[in-house]
Design a protein around this ligand. Structure first.
Ligand code: F0G
Length: 468
């Protein structure tokens, strides 16, 4: 049984939030075409849509913002940013950009040819979309332990190294320009990868002369799980574990909106000088001069401080402890969850909870709408809406293995009481689960449809919210 985690900080600034009435909630979600991304943030009570860019900054970060140097070239914050990243991520060349998907776009525009394969433990949606946008084939190779619900293996975020070797053999190493490891593995539950798995991927990449990159959005949380669960690391500092992880990779792309503890930012960091030169050309074209890359000087400073703060072990114990506690509350409320819990979110298995709704009618979406209707809570579907549909390159109909709902917890922002409220709403949904119905898409774009599509509830759906 998890203990209630205690926040290793006190709150200095507050931001008011309020719960819209039930009538307002029903109207707002309908107006938004039942797409929670389209609901105004001010109409949300507890926002668990994402842990990306939503966290609270520390007093040191806010103080650092005042030291922002907004010179166009070679401002002082850039040198702090560059030195911090070189030190933690162990790379020679650093390229700032304004968020993670730009790092993906710049990397894949530079190294991918149409028809190339990109293996990943599991692609995040933007990583997959950027791969496909360049004509690449995004291949997910999660480890076999992931499907074993009885296993308490702590590193279910691992890549399946046998499947990786088999894929390289099948398509030929010349068609695999990079192997990507997502740390932690967001889409399967924010689950970590082990150092042993990272080392094995390094060896496979060396055998075939293939680049190895991290998608390092949550590298600090991953390093903490290695310290907690992988033998030989218990007495090491999380920072030294993070440095070792990164030293095995040729490059890193990172969204600093997660473990950068900042509201905006990202970067690429690589060892290969020629590659760095090519990436820099595109960076200048689309983001800006290479010492700011689409960011303000003050943002560079906030990230430099955030990347160091995230490796604080009291913080990481609280962070992962809060997620574990939240997972326990949701389980007690009757929700089947992805277990063990990962570093940034709890994932509810909506496919299991709502067997009456077929994947094609988005059980996770149904639950997402219900969280808002009942409690003003915003969560996100990670299932057939996000990852299904037609592959624009191959025409293949994609279907994810699970229909999940993600409750991502912003860093240092919500108290345990607020999460207890969300678990109560989940309990109400569980009680009324038989009333929930599926959804149909009424309008969708070609890429990343879940962000902007509109939907309607299937006919005959009562799913009425009981009055307050
Ligand atoms: N890679 C991973 C593993 C991510 O989780 C994200 C973003 C990105 C790349 C893209 O970064 O948003 O800065 O462009 N994930 C957010 C989420 C949006 O909600 O999980 P970005």
């Amino acid at each position: 049984m998890s203990k209630k985690p205690i926040e290793p900080f006190r709150i200095k600034v507050t931001e008011p939030i309020s719960l819209p009435s039930e009538e307002e909630r029903l109207a707002k979600i309908e107006e938004a075409g039942y797409n929670i991304f389209r609901v105004k943030a001010e109409d949300i009570f507890i926002d668990l849509l994402t842990d990306s860019g939503t966290g609270a900054m520390s007093q040191h970060q806010w103080a650092g913002m005042m030291l922002g140097d907004e010179s166009y070239a070679c401002g002082r914050n850039w040198y702090h940013f560059e030195a911090t990243i070189k030190n933690i991520f162990q790379k020679r060349f650093v390229l700032p950009c304004h968020q993670g998907r730009v790092a993906e776009n710049i990397l894949f525009s530079t190294i991918l040819k149409p028809g190339d394969f990109v293996p990943n433990n599991t692609h995040f949606d933007t990583t997959r979309a950027n791969t496909m946008h360049k004509g690449g084939v995004a291949v997910d190779l999660p480890c076999p332990e992931l499907d074993d619900e009885t296993s308490d293996f702590p590193f279910k975020g691992n890549i399946d190294t046998e499947a990786l070797s088999a894929l390289i053999k099948k398509v030929g190493p010349e068609r695999v320009p990079v192997v990507v490891m997502t740390v932690t593995n967001n889409s399967v539950g924010g689950l970590p990868v082990s150092m042993a798995n990272i080392k094995e991927v390094r060896q496979i990449c060396d055998q075939h002369n293939i680049r190895f990159f991290f998608d390092a959005a949550r590298f600090g949380e991953n390093a903490y799980f290695i310290k907690k669960h992988e033998s030989g690391f218990e007495d090491r500092t999380v920072k030294s574990i993070a440095q070792e992880m990164c030293a095995y990779a040729d490059g890193v792309m990172m969204s600093a909106k997660k473990d950068g503890l900042a509201n905006m930012g990202g970067f690429l960091a690589v060892n290969d000088e020629d590659l760095a030169g090519q990436l820099k050309e595109l960076l200048i074209l689309i983001e800006g001069f290479p010492t700011y890359g689409g960011l303000n000087g003050r943002d560079l400073e906030a990230i430099s401080i955030g990347l160091q703060e995230v490796l604080n072990e009291d913080y990481l114990a609280y962070r992962t402890g809060q997620i574990e506690y939240f997972g326990m509350l949701l389980q007690q409320a009757g929700c089947p969850i992805v277990s063990p819990t990962g570093g940034h979110a709890v994932f509810i298995d909506a496919g299991k909870l709502l067997p009456q709704i077929e994947p094609a009618h988005f059980p996770g979406q149904s639950m997402t709408v219900e969280f808002y209707r009942r409690g003003g809570v915003r969560v996100v579907e990670i299932g057939s809406l996000m990852f299904g549909g037609e592959d624009p390159n191959t025409g293949e109909i994609l279907s994810p293995k699970k229909e999940l709902v993600r409750l991502a917890v912003p860093r240092r922002m919500y108290t345990n009481t607020q999460l207890e409220y969300v678990a109560e709403i989940a309990g109400e949904i569980v009680k009324d689960r038989e009333k929930l119905r599926g959804y149909k898409i009424t309008q969708e774009p070609q890429f990343l449809r879940h962000f902007t599509c509109t939907m309607k509830e299937m006919v005959g759906n009562p799913a009425k919210v009981p009055s307050d």
